[in-house]
Design a protein around this ligand. Sequence first.
Ligand SMILES: [Zn+2]
Length: 577
Amino acid sequence: MSRRLTVLAAAASAALLTGGAAPPKMQEARASQAPQRLARAGQADRIFVNGRIWTGEPGWPLTEALAVRGTTILAVGTNAQIRVHSAKGTEVVDLRGRFVAPGLIDGHLHLLGGSLSLEELRLDDAFTFGALAGRIRAWADAHPDAQWVTGRGWAYAAFPDGLPSRAQLDAVVPGRPAWLVSYDGHTGWANSTALRLARVTPETKDPAGGEIVRDEKGEPTGALKENAMDLVGRLVPKLLPHEKERALKNGIAQAAAWGLTSVHQAGIDAEELEILEGALAAVARLRVYVALDIERDPTPEALARQGELRRRFSEGRLRVGAVKGYVDGVVEARTAAMFEPYPGGGTGLPNFTQEELDRTVAAYDKAGWQVMLHAIGDRGIDMALTAYERAARANGTTGRRHRVEHIEVARAGDLPRFKAAGVVASTQALFPYPNQNHLGVYVPTLGPERARRAMAFKAIDDAGAVQSFGSDWPVFTAEVVRGIACAVTRTTVEGTPAGGWEPSQKLTAEAALRHFTRDAAFAEHAEKEKGTLAPGKLADFVVLSRDLLAVPPERIKDTKVLLTVLGGQDTYRAREF
Ligand SMILES: [Zn+2]
């Protein structure tokens, strides 16, 4: 559709949208003013009627029907208003009262890691060593030819001291090297064979930004934090490009089945970007907004190389627009950077000095990049915000929409800085999931004062920040419905703890949905194209089995995705739809 027609259709449909409230005479006047060509332009390929459609647009949030032409939305309105767009050849889809939302956007995930997690050894939700050992042994027995025993997802809560040991793993996997990564990806667990192969001994020094955990005698215990994970991780046989591509294709299809139409890839290197390009060409069911891995103090050559990728992927389904780095670690491993010590000591493990971070952020800011910084502790979050504020001042830039990723334990006084500096709050809806790990390790590691201000989604909204929701898949599942359920109830799927954890931070379902749609679109500079259902926007939407806005909060989790539509094409259809 030409630009002019899009504008005309948008104007006419805007009239339709408000038509319900406008006096009939007004509608007539508008219709008679509509030029002839609009009628032709206004014929839909498909119309969806009899739905309960949440558009995400502030002025007219709920309606009944929508019309699609090509890859975009032609009109949104009442059944009668939309049927006008139906002609010979138009497919009519009866939604039978189902709930429709804009296509769901995951604002922070790791597509390859998530895709691989669908097929590798998973240790999630095993909160005792016995349960972990059973799964690890079963996998090792089922894969006798695997050189290494690898997997991910163990929770700190499965270990009495909050960290695993090589002796425990030796008992389960005595012969082969074994390497298992924690659910958050920030701590690794090696057995003695793996440590020996990696030549990790009492003499080995901690790498910058990492820690080899040691016992009283100075012996490595088998737990490796942050950058120390590389010591063993780099020895694990790498997947071949075609194996990564195969995994990605499955992951992309799975994402569509979860109702996702767009995702934000939080960090990737040039080689994996190419593999992702191949996978998306083969399975065209997702839009991916990509953050490249940040370079510390980037050289002009590095900026030029990354700038070239940004130019090459400037439009279409795969778009490069950001760089992503880590300011600190995570709470359970006590590597998140804090102002006050953890109970038991230590204030975390920042990955940058403030000066380094300022220089790095300013260089990217100047070159027009959006910067995404992982920052979890209150000090890490302050460092990220400070670097953004200083870069904007030094470069005289605005509107970069830099982002802080995770924002778990911000000081209340720092929340208004997001709005003031135009920084996006990129949080993860399932992070406050109050399971045994969260209540048994996460909360005590913070201590009561900090725990009360952790994952403060409501306070972030109240401070006026744009809050984009994501999953951090494979840290948590990318099932958006599960994320919304958690943000609304602050309980597990079993409903515990009663009333929810830190219930003052519960969101309404509509706010949670907005963070997974409109706000996530804003976070990738794409709110003009997607994130709400409005004429002229991409026809990305999802049909759900339940009305998220009307169903009791504790039943949100049972909602099924029935249909996912991307640019007018079905990317997932449930058998029952
Ligand atoms: Zn992440």
